[in-house]
Design a binder for this molecule. Structure first.
Ligand code: GCB
Length: 629
């Protein structure tokens, strides 16, 4: 099934012109998608050379390295990826002229966003070139891949002056095989990353978070045997079986012996791939299996051996399903005590480099500070560092793609991009027990074109993963009852297609409602589906207090009261099964420019950007502490 949907998406991608700067990119650069692969699922568990560290960088605001001034292929003087010593070439031949010299350009440390590299780059959105050299592995055998954790937003890659490939999408991994392009000794890698969003991109230009351009997750040179496990999915099915799907890539992929082992369970399952390199097998779950849960986030070492390759992962096994308005984890109803989170580390100058320590600091605030068991990883796929840690710490995850506010619903290229993005996200993280919900969109206006677009995504998700739940953060409609009291209704036709309905509300923050009136709001939501409040929140500047009876907006007191009253309002809805208020930490947002309170930050965090807890933190923590189910 997974492969079928990958083919469907690939068919759509063929007609999809790349949305941004690559319009002018040399046609020789193949586009990396889930279909063209490689996928290298669980790549972070494989051996490899980490290319994190110092890289040269150079801006290219007119994208001269991608196209000449008439849109033709760029002339040699602009080809940033040339494999030569520019200064020497000019000295050796006084007719030569180059308008760049990456090797003598300033140095930054990757992964990071360029926004934080230099003051003049703070608001730069466009094309940036990066370059470094690295030594080829001394004893070379098998195959080599350059695997990017993510680069925001569209990327072109060259190795030793030769085109390698391109990718669109700022938050999902991609890889290129470079076995034939690697040479002995030093290799030069050049990467162009364009952060410019357009009407056709996902997300579009207008969002409420910082667009951190750059290479924000590690790049690694990964080596594998000639035939290797490119994709594997090991899970507990809803009917209580352990199932494995694996795909081998390489000359020997077809009719090849393959073997899954989970040593701690004494499980040893042998089989043979079909002619295409696919293997599927199912067994009854061993009796000794401890199911993953927030209370006991048990992970097992899983290996799949095929010839010389040994695929590894650490996997938890659990079931997640809905029954009427209940969400069942391992067959038992659960209440999701959550909070939303952007991918932005704590600190005064975040650059979206999510190290394990940075991720742990944030998730610990949720687990230990708030007594939470759930996180909404908003509004795009977060680093695999985060989803692995959620597995380890026992935090249930909502994962989403940046189909946010207003994307180009009728543009087939945009749909192809979104489909590929959600597929890349799912293929990367299908082995993460923590992920329970795939969300396809956030606060999107209802139109026919939008409904078709989102239903396509929902159907893709179901084909790629039948073990998780599908949702979307929806908008509501407000009317007045005969008594004049507000009625909040979910009128979105997409609700029918979802397992969980989720809504974002900000009554008393963006609306002139008095917080004291929230108790009179009533909700019309589907009676037979779980409801999650995917957002509610209010800004507060940490340390700003207003102790009058009616505190003013942006004060800690107002935010705390907003939480008290909103919790009271939502708690009365019979189908409520969880929430992820907006948001754990203050985050950078260029649209927020109140000079007294915001200064470029969305202040709806329960903690400030440097980790100072606000009063509302205690309000939510107290509510969660008293709320088991
Ligand atoms: C929303 C959006 C979120 C914003 C938030 C806000 O509804 O989904 O991305 O950051 O409101 O603070 O207004």
């Amino acid at each position: 099934m997974a492969r079928m949907i990958r083919r469907l998406i690939a068919a759509a991608m063929v007609c999809a012109a790349p949305a941004v700067a690559q319009q002018a990119a040399p046609p020789t650069l193949p586009l990396a998608t889930v279909e063209t692969g490689p996928l290298l699922v669980s790549a972070d568990m494989r051996d490899g050379l980490d290319l994190s560290g110092p890289w040269h960088y150079s801006v290219d605001p007119f994208r001269a390295g991608l196209a000449g001034f008439h849109g033709e292929a760029p002339g040699e003087s602009q080809q940033r990826y040339l494999d030569l010593d520019v200064a020497k070439a000019m000295k050796d031949d006084n007719r030569a002229m180059y308008e760049f010299d990456l090797a003598r350009s300033p140095v930054t440390t990757l992964p990071s966003s360029w926004l934080t590299e230099a003051p003049e780059l703070r608001y730069y959105q466009g094309l940036m070139w990066y370059q470094r050299t690295f030594p080829a592995p001394t004893a070379r055998k098998g195959r080599y891949f350059l695997r990017f954790g993510a680069a925001n937003y569209s990327t072109v890659v060259y190795l030793n002056g030769k085109p390698v490939g391109r990718h669109e999408g700022g938050f999902t991994p991609f890889a290129f095989e470079v076995t034939k392009l690697l040479r002995a000794g030093d290799n030069q890698i050049t990467v162009g990353v364009d952060s410019q969003a357009t009407e056709a991109t996902v997300p579009p230009p207008v969002t409420d978070w910082e667009n951190y351009g750059g290479i924000t997750r590690p790049i690694r040179l990964i080596s594998t045997p000639d035939t290797y496990v490119d994709d594997a999915w090991v899970r507990l099915t809803r009917d209580g079986k352990l199932a494995v799907d694996a795909h081998l890539d390489g000359a020997q992929a077809g009719n090849h012996a393959i073997r899954l082992k989970i040593a701690a369970l004494g499980l040893d399952l042998a089989g043979t791939t079909d002619a295409k390199g696919d293997w599927r097998s199912t067994v009854a779950a061993p009796r000794a299996l401890v199911r993953w849960s927030p209370e006991q986030p048990k992970l097992y070492d899983v290996t799949i051996a095929a010839g010389d390759d040994q695929w590894r992962d650490r996997i938890g096994f659990r079931t997640i399903e809905v029954r009427g308005p209940d969400i069942l984890l391992n067959g038992k109803p659960i209440f999701l005590r959550g909070i939303s989170l952007h991918e932005e580390e704590l600190g005064a100058e975040p650059t979206r480099a999510m190290t394990p320590a940075a991720a742990r600091a944030l998730l610990s605030e949720i687990k230990d500070g708030l007594h939470g068991n759930y996180v909404r990883l908003a509004h795009y796929p977060h680093s695999e560092v985060m989803t692995r840690l959620a597995d380890e710490m026992g935090i249930i995850v909502w994962s989403e793609v940046p189909v946010y506010w207003r994307v180009a619903w009728s543009n087939p290229d945009t749909l192809a991009t979104a489909r590929n993005m959600i597929a890349e996200n799912i293929m990367r993280d299908r082995n993460r027990a923590s992920i329970a919900i795939w969300s396809v969109a956030n606060e999107t206006p209802v139109t026919d074109a939008r409904n078709i677009f989102l239903r396509t995504l929902v159907s893709d998700v179901r084909k790629l993963d039948d073990t998780r739940l599908v949702s979307a953060a929806l908008l509501t409609e407000r009317s007045q009852g005969p008594d004049g009291k507000p009625i909040i209704a979910m009128a979105d036709p997409l609700a029918d297609a979802l397992d969980i309905v989720a809504i974002n509300t900000y009554f008393g923050w963006y609306t002139p409602d008095r917080l004291g009136d929230l108790a009179s709001f009533s909700f019309r939501v589907p009676a037979n589906k779980p409801l999650i409040f995917s957002e509610f929140g209010a800004d507060a500047k940490a340390g700003f207090h207003d102790l009058r009876g009616m505190p003013e907006k942006f004060s800690e007191e107002y935010q705390a009261e907003f939480y008290r009253k909103t919790l009271g309002m939502v708690d009365r809805i019979p189908t409520l099964r969880g929430m992820s208020p907006w948001i754990l930490k203050d985050f950078r947002s260029p649209r927020r420019q109140n000079p007294e309170f915001q200064q470029g930050w969305n202040r709806k965090g329960l903690i400030s950007e440097t980790g100072q807890r606000k009063q509302a933190f205690g309000v939510l923590a107290g509510y969660y502490e008293g709320r088991e189910r």
